[in-house]
Design a protein around this ligand. Structure first.
Ligand code: 8YV
Length: 316
């Protein structure tokens, strides 16, 4: 692929970047200031035949329109919300992503976030480090995770993996999906409001689409209630963030474990002082094993496309 131009949109993984640099002519979009990117893409449009994007920066309509020789968008992510899929379909541009290899890590983190919030793990750690255990005595009692009803928005690969883990903790599972899944014995709720009213831990595990934007709104948070915990390992825009902060601050929602935010890496500082909130920097798939496997999928899909072999994980 030596003469092949590949646009890498974000500094997503050193191994992937090194391999792309070795195999092709690599263009690093983030090295160009946003105001100059249109000219940058125009200057290199003649050689860029592939875009590698991720959950932070993908291939939007403007990028795709700037690249007349674009043949494939290979996503370093399972989520496709940063790719203009309709425009790719119109242009006959292939699209791939990285499903399955990250499922276990993201599901692990969802359970980890729920337990961290309910058992106040980060807060209790700070309690020890600050010397408060010596000066103030034992840490306060917290809330059990095991046995609590877990509600899952989206019973796809990640949602099912979350359910499997929660079952091992004795948690009844209820879920919302666009349609009932006949191959599970979990309780189906036909809308998110009912789901929230019938669980203590609500996990967002669905794709971000125009229909799922703000799927967790004030009404859903109030239905989840002052003893309820929200876990978001999907996308920031799944949750109405200003309403989330109000619900947490006013005590209408019991707690939240959040790995994704509407304006990453900017996180509203109103949350920083809340002990019933655990904040993570979008690390759901962030293990060495998974990110290496994702990078290999990106590379394998590009190799397959440019050697006329079947794509490994085709979306389009
Ligand atoms: C990605 C993600 O790793 O897979 C997704 O959809 O959000 C993350 O797992 C992210 O794109 C990392 O750059």
């Amino acid at each position: 692929m030596e003469a092949l131009g590949v646009l890498l949109t974000f500094p997503m993984n050193p191994y992937l970047e090194e391999e792309l640099d070795r195999r092709c002519k690599l263009f690093r979009l983030w090295e160009t200031p946003p105001e100059s990117r249109r000219d940058f893409l125009r200057a290199h449009a003649g050689s860029i035949r592939a875009v590698v994007g991720n959950a932070q920066v993908g291939a939007d309509a403007e990028t795709i329109d700037s690249l007349p020789k674009l043949e494939i968008v290979s996503c370093f992510s399972v989520g496709l919300d940063k790719v203009d899929l309709d425009k790719c379909r119109q242009r006959g541009i292939r699209v791939t992503n990285t499903p399955d290899v990250l499922t276990e890590d993201v599901a692990d983190l969802a359970i980890g976030l729920a337990i961290a919030v309910m058992r106040r793990i980060p807060e209790a750690d700070r309690y020890v480090r600050s010397g408060s255990w010596k000066s103030k005595g034992d840490y306060k009692l917290t809330t059990r995770f095991s046995g609590k009803t877990v509600g899952i928005i989206g019973l796809g690969r990640i949602g099912k993996a979350v359910a499997k883990r929660a079952e091992a903790f004795g948690c009844p599972i209820v879920y919302y999906s666009r349609s009932e899944k006949p191959d599970t014995n979990y309780t189906y709720c036909s809308n998110v409001l009912d789901l929230a009213a019938n669980c203590q831990v609500l996990v967002v595990a669905c794709p971000l689409t125009p229909e799922t934007r703000h799927i967790v709104n004030r009404e859903v948070m109030d239905a989840l209630g002052p003893k309820g915990v929200l876990v978001n390992i999907g996308r920031g825009p799944h949750v109405d963030e200003p309403e989330l902060y109000k619900a947490l601050i006013e005590g209408r929602l019991g707690g939240a474990g959040i790995d994704v935010f509407e304006q990453e890496p900017h996180v509203p500082e109103e949350l920083f002082g809340l002990e019933n909130v655990v904040l993570l920097p979008h690390v759901g798939s962030g293990t060495i094993e998974t990110r290496t496997a994702m990078a290999d999928l990106v590379l394998g899909n590009l190799e397959a496309h440019f050697t006329n072999k079947p794509l490994l994980t085709p979306v389009i």
